[in-house]
Design a protein around this ligand. Structure first.
Ligand code: ADP
Ligand code: ADP
Length: 225
């Protein structure tokens, strides 16, 4: 199948089965939220998809091709964390353009792409600012733009809004949904925040103690009485 497929995936840390027999599909252009309490295995699952954690059983595939043995940087995925971890010594433009520079995209094209991304995340005119001068919400917008700069075939978001206060979180969740839709980005989001999952995603998988206990399309399963 096209997109991401997890087939009976388990990840074990010694005696602990952090991810226990999880099967999930995510089609291109869709956004899936994995929702569950702290410690249920969400980050481990995301890290396994990114290739940062070895899978002890099952397979993770993209477009039907097993990613087992494919290193992180060859998967074509981008990651964004709770604390966007911007490069403090680089400007906003420098942060967003960083991976384009590594790919030897020329200065003029880089600047064009950086401007386009700034507009996408609602930060037009911010290119010359330093991260220290930004609010928490602005920093996460920059982190998002930086992740999208490489046009990843899958964006992995680990609690992207959890460090923000409640009001800002609600606003940014709606903006995030819009940005992912407009850019046609396929995304896997993990969060413990019910509202965030509902605001951002098309589909949801609920995780408890390493297992997916319920999953489905938000518009059908989750709105049903
Ligand atoms: P979540 O993201 O849902 O909070 P995690 O995936 O971080 O959950 O953790 C799932 C379980 O695996 C927890 O019990 C956690 O303590 C454990 N765990 C996470 N990372 C490691 C590790 N590197 N070594 C051993 N245990 C780990
Ligand atoms: P350099 O231009 O040497 O790459 P800079 O730190 O000035 O170093 O810029 C880093 C990145 O940010 C580049 O990708 C550049 O294209 C982009 N950039 C810098 N300033 C701006 C700006 N005012 N508007 C849009 N993009 C910018």
């Amino acid at each position: 199948m096209a997109g991401l497929s997890l087939d009976h995936v388990s990840v074990r840390y010694d005696d602990l089965l952090a991810v226990d027999d999880v099967s999930l599909d995510l089609a291109p252009g869709r956004v899936l939220a994995v929702l569950g309490p702290s410690g249920c295995g969400k980050s481990t699952l995301l890290r396994a998809v990114a290739g940062l954690e070895p899978v002890s059983r099952g397979t993770i595939a993209w477009d039907g091709r097993d990613l087992g043995g494919v290193p992180t940087h060859k998967r074509g995925f981008a990651l964004m964390f709770q604390d966007g971890q911007l490069f403090a010594h680089l400007t906003v433009g420098g942060n967003i353009g960083y991976s384009l520079r590594l790919r030897r995209v020329g200065a003029i094209e880089r600047r064009r792409r950086v401007d386009e991304l700034l507009e996408l995340v609602g930060l037009t005119g911010y290119a010359d600012r330093l991260p220290a001068t930004l609010s928490g919400g602005e920093r996460q917008r920059v982190a998002l733009a930086r992740a999208l700069a490489v046009q990843p075939r899958l964006l992995l978001l680990d609690e992207p809004l959890s460090a923000l206060d409640a009001t800002l979180r609600t606003r940014l969740a709606l903006d995030l949904r819009q940005i992912l839709n407009v850019s046609g980005t396929t995304a896997l989001l993990v969060t413990h925040d019910h509202e965030e999952a509902f605001a951002v995603a098309d589909e949801m998988a609920v995780m408890r103690a390493g297992r997916v206990v319920q999953s489905g399309d938000l518009s059908t399963v989750w709105r049903a009485p």
